[in-house]
Ligand binder design. Structure first.
Ligand SMILES: Cc1ncc(COP(=O)(O)O)c(CN[C@@H](CN)CCC(=O)O)c1O
Length: 425
């Protein structure tokens, strides 16, 4: 079976003349060429060759209400007629900030920015400024955006395309970034003891969504909370993926562990560019203009992203969480059953609306083990699904997501496609 992709191929050839790799983000690039999207609606993407795909990538996470959600479209259309960027504060920023504070346990104050990258970059600067310490601890394979502090052994596209340690970043910057394996308590204890009183923060994806889907071991996040507390180290939860996804209050609600600072993005913008740093008042008030730690941005808190964010959060009700978790679990269970039925070595992980399969026979608890997965088999699985009208992120080191629009009929179709693919793996 092969897909008709002539128009995408043509566009890709043209795109490569002007855009590096024909794309504007490396995760969208896959060989021989990606499909180009014409439009999207609910849980479907439609490409320029007329193919329709059930979408489990959801633009790498934001589109949990489905594409072109009516309420978001309506609200943004109205706002557009009132202007899109003022360079002045608006009431809507207060409204969304209050909604975030209401939901996110560590959030007493908010600073809106335009991406998860900006959020984690600013959060780390905040932690360094507040503590007067330089070093940070990050986990092997974690991806916190494309900035210098964290592009060290990072996941997502950096890992997929073979450059987890990006060139172009001075050693003077990365020498302050201490790497430890996820789910390993002794490694964190050693790192802290060897860098006594020099560590500003530990930054962690509570669920690692950039090396697939790696869950924290029982008690691990609580351990991080306690050891950070004991050593006057700030704990940062990077919830750009998990925020508003695992629960209304994200991972910190789901696991009942409250960090000092959290970073948010993706879902919060309802399909528009956004990021946020949230945390306790006495920490956040160190940001300019009250404090000396500079953080700024032309489109910070812009009326369009904020309007979309308000329209999004008000739709994330109990039914949303119940339904998106239910469908993701059905898919994860189906993948496990198919791996058994067709005798394929695989491990499947799922939490709330997140899931991923690893073609691996070991329990995937960290980056080292994730990297041992059969990525060629994964890409066979990817293409097999795509040819059957199902789009999962084109990398073993990304995560799949369900939206409220993935109903039982869509799930059944997906499972049929999965079974067809497993027959040929
Ligand atoms: C946990 C976490 N923290 C920070 C970021 C960076 O967010 P952005 O700058 O892409 O908005 C991300 C971004 N995720 C990737 C895909 N897993 C974005 C996709 C892309 O780079 O195009 C993230 O997952």
């Amino acid at each position: 079976m092969s897909l008709k992709m002539d128009k995408s191929k043509e566009l890709f050839e043209e795109a490569k003349k002007y855009l590096v790799g024909g794309v504007n983000s490396p995760v969208r690039y896959f060989k021989p060429y990606p499909f180009f999207v014409k439009k999207a609606k609910d849980c479907y993407l439609y490409d320029v060759d007329g193919n329709c795909y059930i979408d489990y990538c959801l633009a790498y996470g934001p589109m949990v209400l489905g594409h072109a959600n009516e309420k978001i479209v309506e609200a943004v259309k109205k706002q557009l007629e009132l202007g899109s960027a003022y360079g002045c504060p608006t009431e809507k920023e207060i409204i969304l900030a209050k909604e975030v504070v209401k939901r996110v346990p560590c959030a007493e104050m908010v600073r809106f920015v335009n991406s998860g990258t900006e959020a984690t970059m600013s959060a780390i600067r905040l932690a360094r400024g507040v503590t007067g310490r330089k070093k940070i601890i990050k986990f092997d394979g974690a991806y916190h955006g494309a900035h210098d502090y964290v592009l060290v052994k990072s996941g997502s596209g950096a890992l997929t395309h073979g450059h987890p340690n990006s060139p172009g970043i001075p050693e003077e910057t990365t020498k302050n970034t201490i790497l430890v394996p996820f789910n390993d308590e002794d490694a964190v204890k050693r790192a802290i003891n060897e860098n006594k009183d020099e560590i500003a923060c530990v930054i962690v994806e509570p669920v690692m969504g950039n090396v697939g889907c790696i869950l924290p071991k029982e008690g691990y996040l609580k351990f991080l909370r306690e050891i950070a507390e004991e050593n006057d180290i700030l704990l940062i939860f990077d919830e750009v993926i998990t925020g508003f996804r695992l629960a209304k209050g994200g991972a910190q609600e789901y696991f009942d562990v409250v960090p000092d600072i959290a970073t948010l993005g993706k879902i919060l913008g309802g399909g528009f560019p956004i990021g946020a740093i949230v945390g306790k008042r006495e920490i956040m008030e160190n940001f300019s203009p009250l404090g000396a730690i500079y953080q700024a941005g032309t489109f910070n808190g812009n009326p369009i992203s904020i309007t979309a964010g308000i329209a999004t959060l008000e739709q994330l009700d109990d039914k949303f969480y119940k339904e998106t978790s239910r469908t993701a679990k059905i898919l994860a269970d189906a993948l496990r059953e198919l791996a058994d039925k067709y005798n394929i070595k695989a491990k499947v992980y799922n939490i709330a609306s997140m899931f991923q399969i690893y073609f691996n026979d070991k329990d995937v608890v960290n980056y080292e083990i994730a990297k041992q997965s059969d990525v060629n088999k994964f890409m066979k699985y990817f293409w097999g699904l795509l040819e059957r009208g199902v789009f999962v992120p084109p990398s073993q080191f990304e995560c799949c997501f369900t939206s409220i629009k993935h109903d039982d009929e869509v799930i059944d179709k997906t499972i049929n496609a999965m079974e067809d693919v497993f027959r040929s793996l």
